[in-house]
Design a protein around this ligand. Structure first.
Ligand code: ADP
Ligand code: MG
Length: 396
């Protein structure tokens, strides 16, 4: 079923190995029930409507959404530039809004976070090297004499060592953004947050920035980037969609990528969440199927019967993959048994048959794509026959 597993929620599966205790490490970012309401003369306007989001150490995450959907507001909750109306944000173990006051947050930000903006925000009267030294001065990190050398090393890292003594206005916009990234790295923070960092750059400069982010992630940093550019989301290890102040389930976005953000959000809201303990049957073979199943977390095993009626695991599916569509689209009973793998619990989002059919009516593209997947899966199942595996329990 590899042909259907291109759109994965997480390209780095985090399921613990068999037998290992499932103690999750503390995430780098942990947002819980974040609500942000702006008040003005016209009244109240809720921009973030209860956001729950966890981002692990070393992830490279893109956040996308229409203009005005709340992306910048969401980032400002992570950086502590603004504060939520309610809810909790922990970054690298620090509770930003209950354990720190405004000036505490500002100092914390200086030491723990690198921020990159769409319009660079370099100080025009300082050289690039002086701009890069500013954060070190601000939080008084590194010896005074060491700072120029460190600034040069960072500028060399982004390929700007020859321009260190130039002012921002005398280098290109792409180079200004590279300098801004060098500045964001000045205090060697574990987390880099970028709000449309390539939004004002040509595609070649944008590519340089993404390569640099890739390299930083490979070195162990966490990068969270808001972007408008769909070609960039393919290069991150995880993509999060925000629609009208709510997050789309990543399982829904992966399973049904051709829906509009609005439709994805509707599916997210409508879907029912089911949890199965390790090893437990989710769907029996020959069972009537009346739901579409999207995997949010964990691993499921697809089980068929061999020649001697023994169980054969023909494939495994992980977060972002789905099942049930073959039966829903062709009618009939389950063509295979599905169970939670022994490594850990499985969380599923399910859509009822009529909700699923309705969805296909409103998105013919999704219907076509699923139709092709059904054909591929049936072909793959048939190819198991020579191995003596019974896959098709009844004649259509
Ligand atoms: P995005 O970055 O996705 O384009 P934003 O997070 O900037 O969206 O804004 C989301 C919504 O919140 C917009 O409708 C915007 O007008 C509103 N908004 C943002 N900041 C403020 C503010 N300080 N006061 C009032 N409304 C705001
Ligand atoms: Mg914005």
């Amino acid at each position: 079923m590899d042909s259907t597993s291109r759109h994965r929620t997480s390209k780095k599966p985090t399921s613990p190995a068999a037998g290992e205790a499932a103690v999750a490490p503390l995430p780098m970012i942990d947002m819980r029930r974040i609500v942000k309401t702006f008040k003005n003369a016209a009244g109240e306007f809720t921009v973030l409507k209860g956001i729950d989001l966890q981002i692990g150490h070393g992830e490279f995450v893109s956040i996308v959404g229409k203009s005005g959907s709340g992306k910048s507001t969401l980032l400002n909750m992570i950086t502590g530039i603004d504060h939520p109306t309610s809810g909790q944000v922990l970054v690298n173990g620090t509770d930003l809004y209950t354990s720190l006051d405004e000036s505490g947050r500002s100092r914390w930000r200086g030491r723990n976070l690198g921020i990159v903006f769409q319009f660079f925000q370099l100080l025009p009267m300082l050289s690039l090297a002086e701009n890069v030294m500013l954060p070190m001065d601000y939080v008084d990190l590194y010896d005074f004499d060491e700072r120029p050398k460190r600034a040069m090393e960072l500028l060399a890292l982004v390929g700007l060592e020859k321009f260190a003594h130039k002012h921002p206005a005398s280098v290109s916009t792409g180079q200004q953004q590279l300098a801004a990234i060098a500045r964001a790295l000045a205090t060697n923070p574990p987390l880099l947050v970028a709000d449309e960092p390539t939004g004002n750059l040509d595609s070649r400069s944008a590519d340089t920035i993404i390569q640099l982010f890739d390299q930083l992630v490979a070195e162990g940093k966490t990068v969270v980037m808001v972007t408008h550019d769909p070609s960039l989301t393919e290069r991150t290890t995880r993509n999060i969609i925000i629609s009208d102040g709510e997050l789309v389930s990543e399982a829904v976005a992966c399973a049904l990528p051709l829906l509009s953000h609005r439709q994805m959000l509707e599916v997210t809201r409508k879907a029912q969440r089911l949890t199965f303990p390790p090893g437990i049957s989710i769907l029996g073979r020959d069972q009537h199927v009346d739901q579409f199943y999207m995997i949010e977390r964990g691993v499921v095993e697809i089980v068929l019967q061999g020649r001697d009626r023994e169980d054969v695991i023909v494939t495994r599916m992980a977060a972002g993959e789905f099942f049930g569509e073959v039966e829903l689209l062709r009618g009939g009973k389950s063509i295979a048994a599905v169970r939670a793998a022994p490594v850990g619990p499985v969380e599923l989002l399910t859509l009822k048959r009529d909700e699923f059919k309705q969805l296909l009516d409103t998105s013919p593209l999704t219907g076509d794509a699923l139709g092709r997947i059904v054909q591929t899966r049936l072909k793959e199942h048939r190819s198991l026959e020579p191995r003596g595996i019974r896959w098709w329990p009844f004649k259509k």
